[in-house]
Design a protein around this ligand. Sequence first.
Ligand code: ADP
Length: 927
Amino acid sequence: MNKRTPILNPLTLPNGAVLKNRLLMAPMTTCTGFYDGTVTSELVDYYRSRAGSIGTVIVECCFIDPKGPAFPGAIAIDSDNKISGLAKIASAIKSQGSKAILQIYHGGRMVEPELIGGRTPVAPSAIAAPRAGATTPQALTAEEVDVMITKFGDAVNRAIKAGFDGVEIHGANTYLIQQFYSPNSNQRDDKWGGSRDNRARFPLAVLEITHKMARRFADPTFIIGYRFSPEELEVPGIRFDDTLYLLEKLAEQGLDYVHFSVGSLLRPSIVDTQDPTPLIEKYRAQCSPLLGKIPVIGVGGVVNKQDAELALEKGYDLVAVGKACIAYPNWADRIIHNEQLELYIDSTQREALHIPEPLWRFSLVDAMIRDVSTSGRKYKAGVYQEKVEAEALKLKINVTLDTDRITDIQMVPDDTLDVDFTTTFTSLRNRMLVANSPHVDAITGATTQSEALKKAVSRAMSTSNKAWVIDEGGNPLAPQQFDVVVIGSGGAGLAAAIEAHDRGAHVVVIEKMPTIGGNTIKASVGMNAAETRFQQIKGIVDSKELFYEETLRGGKNKNNPELLHQFVERAPAAIDWLANHDIVLEDITITGGMSIDRTHRPADRSAVGGFLISGLVKNINQRDIEVLLETAVEEILLENGVVSGVRVVDEYNDTRILNAKSVIVATGGFSANREMVVKYCPQLDGFVTTNHKGATGSGIKMLEKIGAGTVDMGEIQIHPTVEQTTSYLISEAIRGGGAILVSQAGQRFYNEMETRDKVSAEIIALPEKSAWIVFDEQVRKNNKAADEYIAKGFVLSAPTPGELAVKLNMNPLALEATLNRYNSFVAQQEDADFGRKTALRHPLNQGPFFAIRIAPGVHHTMGGVTINTDTAVLDEHQQVIPGAWAAGEVVGGIHGANRIGGNAVADIIIFGLLAGENAAARAKQHV
Ligand code: ADP
């Protein structure tokens, strides 16, 4: 017989309440409340199905005041009308035999204004949280602090009325209670701030009122716990000894448990990184006998029984379990029965596992989902060997496939392999197994090797799929039936495919290159849109009309007005669509030709292309949408004037027909087709291009063959700032961030923020036909791309402008004079030389100084096929070619004679979505 595991021993808390075992479900954000914080029935279900064998369930944090929600979908306990919903959760948990504890909190300065009707959040002091874009909160007045304490009391009273067995005071995660205790966020000079004792007053007052309420309204076994984050990184900030000090004081007032808020059970200090001692060990060594009697909950990384047992061994009394409880509602039962669990959730199991939809989409859960839906391709089960070849790397892999999924990927042993690659391999293997797809993000710093490995897995899957078809008595080269064929896996193609799929169509994406992402993956600056919610949050006042006008002006009035209207109208919804698909572009900058910050980009200000493609591909994988790589569409098929499908040729030169009622052409532009570029624009002969090799214009040719009209084919944009040895584009975000352009003579020569065509023309007009983009440390700090350029070796730098000029072979006095003059323009916000009106961000005066040599390169082809506002392809007589849709750079007319930076990404998403929607509708209509 097994010895009884200590995790099943009951525990009597200081107040006499008995927990039947040492296991708790950790409080986890589910984002499943109604807009006003009311409980939903999905949530009740979620908790009911997780209660039972587990001793205690700590229900996710509940905000105590209307200004308190720290995230969308948070649940509330801010008024009496919330009691009945919360009571359902409490009773659902208790009916299964577990104790129900409710966590209560106020987000303080961590609250986004958009969550509280645009109002300003409150905090101990008017100091914004140390994160990009954080709002500066309003400091609570002394009276408001008193009121806040009573609100915590009211919340406790409501929790009691709702039938909870206890409350957990959320003093962690940098929310309001922690903000009061932190010397960083609390810089008050009244009795609530200043000394450590003063800062401890607020948490102590909250505990005091909690006790008061419990004494008055609950029975003596009402549990009161306190959760804390042991340290803060900020200087000044809470250190571990401060935490112990506070906990000792709280313990004097009486507590039934304390709850460590850390990512992993045995985490050492995050401040003193030299000290590897787990904090729990320090805690046990340093706490007083009084504090030592209070049970401690540990959390972080517990999946299996041995993890929980280890937690008890290391000094915790109780173990809270997070993700494993989401993935396995009956987690406690399973580990009691010694099941070994892995943190995966099968993609088809959401409902069976009682996981609410918003939680399913939450990153914490999303990362655990393993796609096993069976709508996709089938495989002949077995092991398939493939070669991986990338530069010096040559190896073989064995890919094990089940009928509907990848079950393993192993390297065929080879002593010559370096450790470096083994690490890349292991990480990439895990990504592919979790996604059940070869289409995953490459490992940073090992892109070429990653792509080769992904390709090898993809090949194994194709081979196995063909074998399955043969086994089933079929012919792998026989025509296949889809609703919608999407040609091209750039942003337009992927957005179209996702949307068409979600509207019920059976979709396939065809990509001629060995990798996904097209030219979109190289997009740098961001996505333009006016009147978006992210602009609103930042207080940016913009209008669709202005966006329209500026795009039209930039395009020299050549833009197609109907398409442009459609474009500006749909832009904010496209930003929302992306956000709803976990592609959040919340930071905002500006590009040349625009007068307002409306270029949306990722929060960390990284290049938009990689971020966008990575997010879209995740959505493609989640839906099991088939993507055929190294497969080119060679012909769009027409039957009686109506599109009937496509003819594709794969990497083995095998030809197949894919029948479909809708074909979406999202093949991008033709910048990389020198013959075509020179045909339409002879003066561009000899120019490098910023585009990927696949930008050959094949979609335009195929569509022309079935009668499509074209427009603006001679409008080809050159991008002014291209590093010439690598054809690498230096993002407009650098100029938008405050950089200037300087000639070899050390002088500015034009308004850097003018449209691309004009800036390019001025560079070409310089005697050296190239220029330097010059910036300082402040610009670098705000643009992740700058570090990328430094890493790529494009950037020359020096501590002072004079020293930089020497490196550039430039007259130092000239460069210094140029910078001084420009800095004086920044001070006056007026460029007396060239009339630059935007991005006069800050003086360029903080060393080190940087420069990159640039010249124009062929960047974007504005011309392309003609479409109507539904994205239906039009023939030369403006008549629809039924079944043919086009979106993205393959289309002409939207940008007129010059595309504004940030408008290409907007174009591909807006029109990609529209094409997906309409193509799916057509395919369904004709069934
Ligand atoms: P957009 O920005 O309009 O989405 P991209 O250049 O990002 O365009 O993507 C277009 C994709 O289409 C590229 O990956 C390119 O390789 C692919 N492509 C172009 N022509 C074909 C074709 N004939 N068959 C399959 N894929 C194609």
